[in-house]
Design a protein around this ligand. Structure first.
Ligand SMILES: [Zn+2]
Length: 504
């Protein structure tokens, strides 16, 4: 009893502060700051270093707590490679951070090209703003009007800043306990979300003073198509959980059966040859990391088992080709079925007639009329940019073509409009196009567990955590998920505000 009471009250010589700095009330810019003080020493670290993709101005504001600078941070822990969890790192390094970055080695390999791409996007965005400013000033000068001088936009970081991050990376493997500093231990377990994604357990303090914080990062479906399942965690004093699907349940159906049905229908449509445009094309926009690889593997399986006709399959996305190579390199991390394919010397991601488009000639050939139905897989998954837009521009107008969206569609993206608004026309690259192609949507490829699946995982905890914090969800999802956890488990659940500080 005495022991329990000691465990409940933190030692006066130890203090743990946690500041929720991002992904609070929304699903972007994950960032949590910890300050652990013991024996007159203070360790400051960040859990996640995410770029805010919804409200980009936040990335330029003072994101760290008052009085804390980038150079004061001892280390950063990153759960997985998605940019909303990792993409602020080059900005932090640019600002003077020199500590270690702890993450899974597969995450590091994915970040190799994801951070570079993010740097290019930052640079392009600044260029666009500066061109606009230049045009306005030129117009003002021509009309003799006085115009207010607007400072030029400077990118948050550029591709040149990105390589400075990599010497800081330190490898963390699943299921091993690492001591990062005196009184700070870290363990990664499988999250089943994307390759290398981890549920992060951090223990601060020793003996009865020890406090364990379990952070879900992003967690995958109960049976991820290609990755290992989300691993159980049995103990934590505090849980920080994602809530993306806090108010939604996924359809429970056989993914391969639905995909086969859509592809067979699309093939029949594509076989109807048009005199001027040739055969139809099946376009599948998909996120470059995990979604593209899962689609390729599923299409490969369906063709090789005769469930769909043997069509030529093209992967036309620089990022997705790079990501697929990382998945091949780390095939040891895939689930038994996918891993065994690689162990037999076969490539799970290569259908029988498959081409990765690595040259302009490869891509240009896909814009031509086709002499047989083909499948083009590319990114972005929401058709918000990338080479897939040009394929859509060409194929949306053809009534024998089909577009199959396979992931989350954010409001405002072309994919969202096509799936949810079923428009007669859309604007692509400034051109208004009639939508004649069939538009299909499958939610079965989601990389996030729904609330029932997360609650099933939370049941593995052997005792109630003191508190559970909900992040990474929109307002409705967070409140609904809080209600579901309270009802199912009777836990103490908090929905923190951005910049809210807690003493643990
Ligand atoms: Zn993610």
């Amino acid at each position: 009893m005495k022991r329990e009471r000691q465990k409940r009250s933190a030692s006066p010589s130890q203090r743990i502060k946690m500041h929720i700095l991002g992904s609070a009330g929304d699903v972007s810019g994950s960032l949590v700051y910890f300050e652990y003080s013991a024996n007159s020493k203070t360790i400051r670290f960040l859990l996640e270093c995410g770029l805010h993709q919804e409200h980009e101005e936040i990335n330029r504001q003072k994101r760290l707590p008052k009085g804390v600078e980038a150079k004061d941070i001892n280390f950063v822990i990153i759960s997985h490679a998605h940019i909303d969890h990792s993409g602020w790192l080059p900005a932090l390094v640019k600002d003077g951070f020199k500590g270690a970055v702890y993450t899974h080695p597969a995450t590091r390999d994915l970040l190799d090209f994801l951070l570079l791409d993010s740097g290019r996007l930052q640079e392009n965005a600044a260029e666009r703003v500066n061109k606009f400013i230049a045009r306005r000033q030129k117009k003002a000068a021509a009309t003799g009007k006085k115009s207010r001088r607007i400072p030029l936009s400077v990118p948050l970081y550029t591709p040149e800043d990105v390589p400075l991050c990599f010497p800081l990376f330190k490898q963390i493997n699943y299921n091993q306990l690492y001591t990062l500093a005196d009184g700070v231990q870290l363990r990664f377990t499988e999250a089943g979300h994307i390759l290398g994604a981890a549920v992060v357990s951090i223990t601060l303090g020793k003996g009865d003073d020890a406090r364990t914080i379990c952070f879900t990062g992003n967690v995958g479906r109960a049976n991820p198509p290609m990755l290992n399942k989300l691993a159980p965690v049995k103990h934590a004093d505090y849980v920080i959980s994602e809530s993306t699907y806090g108010n939604k349940l996924h359809q429970k159906r056989d993914r391969l059966t639905v995909l086969a049905e859509y592809l067979n229908k699309a093939y029949e449509r594509a076989m109807q040859k048009d005199k001027s445009t040739g055969h139809g094309v099946i376009v599948i926009p998909a996120f470059a990391v995990d979604r593209v690889q899962t689609i390729l593997r599923d299409v490969n399986t369906l063709i090789r088992t005769g469930r769909i006709p043997d069509m030529k399959v093209f992967l036309d996305s620089r990022m997705a080709i790079a990501a697929t190579d990382v998945y091949r390199k780390w095939s040891s991390l895939l689930n038994d079925e996918a891993r065994q394919t690689f162990e037999q010397g076969k490539d799970a991601f290569s259908p029988p007639r498959f081409l990765e488009c690595k040259t302009a000639a490869h891509t240009n050939a896909l814009y031509e009329n086709q002499s047989e139905p083909i499948i083009i897989v590319g990114s972005s998954g929401m058709a918000a940019g990338g080479k897939i837009l040009k394929h859509l521009e060409k194929r949306l107008v053809q009534k024998n073509s089909t577009v199959i969206f396979v992931g989350y569609q954010g409001t405002g993206a072309l994919g969202y409009t096509l799936v949810n608004e079923k428009p007669k026309t859309v604007r692509v690259h400034g051109n208004v196009l009639p939508v004649r192609a069939a538009i299909e949507y499958m939610s079965d490829y989601s990389g996030h567990a729904d609330y029932e699946e997360i609650i099933a995982w939370l049941r593995n905890f052997e005792s109630k955590p003191r508190k559970t914090f909900l992040v990474h969800g929109d307002g409705g999802a967070l409140e609904a998920f809080k209600g579901h956890i309270e009802k199912a488990l009777g836990w103490n659940v908090v929905v923190p505000q951005r910049r809210q500080c807690f003493e643990l």
